[in-house]
Design a binder for this molecule. Structure first.
Ligand SMILES: [Zn+2]
Length: 180
């Protein structure tokens, strides 16, 4: 079980200024959050929280590694996670209403009556956004040890059949033309 309180920052007790936090996130954390195709995940997130009067600036630095599937052959790929995200948390009286009307995803409103800031959803979301969008064996690996050659061969055979099929259709058309 993910300990929810581990991701709650009691910001009210913090002095104005910058406060560093660090989170080690494992596979259990990601599966409880509903991650799919994200095995052997180990992410570390450094969060720096700058407290000012009425608002807080949050900077998330994501690092680590996780296995995702190659889009082409399905083989597991161990990928580096790396990215940075910034967020402003503003303390207001009508947080819910303000959040509903805010279009900027980097701005979040928190009620002035709150004493804790829950960061687990952001940790999850930002790690997911740190996964490279290009999930493929590199060109050198295509057909190499890490790429799934069986699948590639099947894909190649399917392409050949497709070409043959098109060629047959073309000849049939010509035969018909000759008969006339
Ligand atoms: Zn591959």
């Amino acid at each position: 079980m993910v300990n929810k309180r581990a991701y709650e920052i009691p910001f009210v007790g913090l002095k104005p200024g910058v406060h560093p936090f660090s989170y080690e996130l494992n596979e259990e954390f990601f599966s409880e959050k509903g991650a799919e195709d994200f095995a052997n995940a180990h992410a570390n997130v450094k969060l720096s929280l700058e407290k000012s009067s009425g608002f807080m600036l949050l900077k998330f630095e994501v690092g680590g590694k996780a296995d995702v599937s190659c889009d082409r052959c399905g083989n597991p790929l161990n990928m580096d996670l790396w990215d940075e995200f910034k967020l402003v948390v503003k303390l207001v009286d009508n947080a819910e209403e303000m959040n509903n009307n805010e279009e900027d995803p980097d701005v979040f409103y928190l009620s002035k009556t709150e004493s804790h800031l829950e960061v687990s959803d952001w940790l999850y979301e930002f790690v997911m956004l740190s996964v490279p969008t290009q999930r493929m064996c590199s060109l050198e690996e295509r057909g190499g040890a890490k790429c799934n050659n069986e699948i590639l061969e099947k894909l190649r055979q399917m392409e050949v059949k497709e070409v043959e099929h098109n060629a047959n259709t073309l000849w049939k058309g010509l035969d018909k033309f000759k008969e006339n």
